[in-house]
Write a new protein. Structure first.
Length: 309
DNA sequence: ATAGGGTCCTGGCTGC
DNA sequence: TGCAGCCAGGACCCTA
């Protein structure tokens, strides 16, 4: 379940391995993996061939590699990736065995001093996707002039995604005002990528546990201090996860070298049904909500009188 | 416009 | 032991 920390781990790996490489050839092995690329798999592959990838960028759970045609010219397009539930971006030797759920393969030319290498998109459940998208000015970061490395630009399909809590442009006060205008529950709001990006089911539960807020708490009743508390909790827990390589439950989430992270052992709420709360000892409760699970402490996070879903 | 529910997808696990 | 059915969930899509 890659959320912000896991995607950032992948971004860092790609920064090390693919930056400055030129695409020799892209192959789409499963059309669903590029379903959001409206012009189809052949167009997707055609747009990648011959282009050089710049340092990867990220917002929330989205990751993109700006594509350069010429040095010192601002990129106009990017390879945009979302890992979904089970997506992996793996780098390695081009002639290694194909993975079972290999969906897209991108081979790079071996430049000077560059060992042959390819980038593979492997995705069991195919909720993830890749596409080549136009880069447009980033409304979140302000009107900074587009730079040759792609700074100040975002892929057009994700212009509606809000800043994530680990980026400089994140505005906690603006989020508080938006929450007060909403008529929904705090967890649903945390999962709404147009309000705050990068938070998924796991880190939403962890942030709410740390902030001692119930998931069904109406957003319009939040105080400024409570909103600040849950944002700080989300930042803290995601930074802690990032420091140990992210959260892994199984081999489905791995970094570009295929290695798992270690944060699962540090989770306080998610997946801990009936286990004792690490603050008060009460058994952690699991509720059904939005067709998924919510884990919380019944004592530290009491259900509000007026609950919102 | 916003709120909220349905849907996709595969394989590991559960229970009969 | 075999196998049907359940479960995981991000973001798009639809309706009211």
């Amino acid at each position: 379940m890659p959320e912000l920390p896991e995607v950032e781990v992948v971004r860092r790996g790609l920064a090390r391995w693919t930056t400055g490489r030129t695409v020799e050839k892209a192959e789409v092995l499963h059309p669903r993996a590029v379903r959001r690329h409206a012009a189809g798999p052949a167009d997707f592959a055609g747009r990648l061939a011959g282009r050089t990838v710049l340092p990867p960028r990220r917002r929330g759970k989205y990751l993109w590699l700006p594509l350069a045609d010429a040095p010192s010219e601002a990129p106009s397009e990017a390879l945009l990736a979302h890992l979904g539930m089970s997506g992996q971006l793996l780098v390695g030797e081009p002639d290694r065995e194909p993975q079972k759920h290999l969906r897209v393969r991108i081979a790079f030319t071996g430049g000077p001093a560059a060992d042959p290498l390819d980038l593979r998109f492997v995705d069991q459940r195919t909720f993830g996707h890749l596409m080549v998208a136009e880069l447009v000015p980033d409304a979140v970061a302000g009107a900074a002039a587009p730079a040759p490395d792609g700074a100040g630009l975002v892929p057009a399909p994700i212009v509606h995604i809000a800043a994530d809590p680990l980026e400089d442009a994140f505005d906690g006060d603006a989020l508080y005002r938006a929450l007060r205008r909403r008529r929904t529950g705090i967890k649903r709001a945390l999962l709404d990528q147009s309000l705050i990006s990068g938070v998924g089911n796991i880190y939403a539960d962890e942030a709410l546990w740390r902030a001692r807020l119930h998931w069904a708490r109406p957003t319009e009743t939040l105080t400024r201090a409570e909103a600040a508390r849950v944002v700080a909790a989300a930042q803290d827990v995601m930074r802690a996860a990032l420091a140990v390589g992210g959260t892994s439950f199984d081999s489905l989430y791995v970094d570009v070298d295929g290695e798992s992270g270690y944060f699962e052992r540090s989770l306080d709420a998610y997946g801990r049904r009936d286990e004792p709360c690490r603050r008060c000892g009460s058994p952690i409760r699991r509720d059904e909500f939005m067709n998924r699970s919510s884990y919380s402490c019944p004592v530290c996070q009491p259900r509000p009188r007026r609950a919102r879903y």
